[in-house]
Design a binder for this molecule. Structure first.
Ligand SMILES: [Zn+2]
Length: 291
């Protein structure tokens, strides 16, 4: 049975289910206990939000969702650290990287404002737009994801993933992978560096001029709430932008670029004299990936 991405025919958003078995039978959410359905290489196709994790924070159109692991299912308390490499968490990261849509089902145990009073309700498709690690309410390391509701697809397209090929067979309905934010502030930082990447010093020249991306050091959205100001923006090439956003690299207080996995210093961040970088944002970014 290949993993199914997108809506499941016959079960549009707002469809209600009496229990997890019915969700399973409908293919809306296959696991009967786990909150995340997915594989490390395939991505996650669905989640259930039902109050199982005390660090979850449901806002309706977006959800701060805690990854899997370290949770006592009886008390719903976090009793151990979570691992970003655990397959369920890796699956959600894969969906973020590839822009796969994730079906969200809310259960009766979730935030009463958005959850059904009994049973489960399929609430449609969301994108994973961000993830990070932090210390949760109980003092353990947790992995969190920000999921944002997708304004619905026209004809409930389905993305079938062929497990043998480990990728989507049908690319027609992939969604925007990563928002490249653009603002006057970003434009200023990019022109300050003449589009040169502050990490690898490359300038990408394409038809129409040089290309670079503005990367907010402390993200703009919740829960980060970083400001859109020059001191919170770096000029990066797309590769280093992804590395930075996903925590593959971070910065030291000396502005060394550090490989998060190995701890190795890759070099010094290129900084123009006119560019003051707010070190509190650098420390915040670092705290998301390195505790
Ligand atoms: Zn670069």
């Amino acid at each position: 049975m290949p993993r199914r991405f997108g809506h499941i025919e016959g079960f549009p958003p707002t469809t209600e289910f009496a229990n997890r078995q019915k969700l399973h039978d409908a293919h809306v959410h296959r696991p009967t206990q786990a909150g995340i359905s997915g594989g490390r290489h395939e991505g996650a196709d669905s989640i259930v939000v039902s109050g199982g994790y005390e660090d979850d924070d449901d806002h309706g159109s977006y959800i701060i969702y805690t990854g899997a692991g370290g949770n006592d299912s009886n008390t719903k308390r976090q009793i151990a650290d979570q691992d970003i490499h655990y397959f369920s968490n890796a699956a959600l990261i894969k969906s973020q990287l590839e822009g796969y849509p994730v079906r969200v089902t809310r259960g009766f145990g979730g935030d009463p404002k958005y959850s059904p009073k009994t049973g489960y309700r399929y609430d449609g498709l969301f994108n994973v737009v961000d993830h990070w690690t932090k210390t949760g309410n109980r003092g353990f390391q947790i992995v969190q994801f920000r999921l944002e509701q997708i304004e619905d697809f026209p004809q409930s397209p389905r993305l079938l993933v062929d497990e043998r090929r480990e990728g989507p067979v049908e690319l027609r309905s992939t969604v925007v992978q990563r928002q490249v934010r653009s603002s006057a502030i970003i434009g200023r930082v990019k022109s300050l560096y003449q589009h040169q990447c502050q990490v690898c010093a490359i300038v990408i020249k394409v038809e129409g001029g040089p290309y670079a991306e503005g990367a907010h050091i402390r993200g703009l959205g919740r829960p980060h709430l970083g400001p859109d100001v020059v001191s919170n923006v770096l000029c990066l090439c797309p590769n280093d932008h992804v590395r930075f956003d996903y925590g593959a690299i971070h910065l030291s207080d000396e502005l060394d670029v550090i490989n998060t996995q190995t701890g190795r210093i890759l070099g010094r961040l290129l900084v123009r004299p006119a560019h003051r970088i707010d070190m509190s944002h650098v420390a915040y970014h670092r705290s998301l990936w390195k505790s």
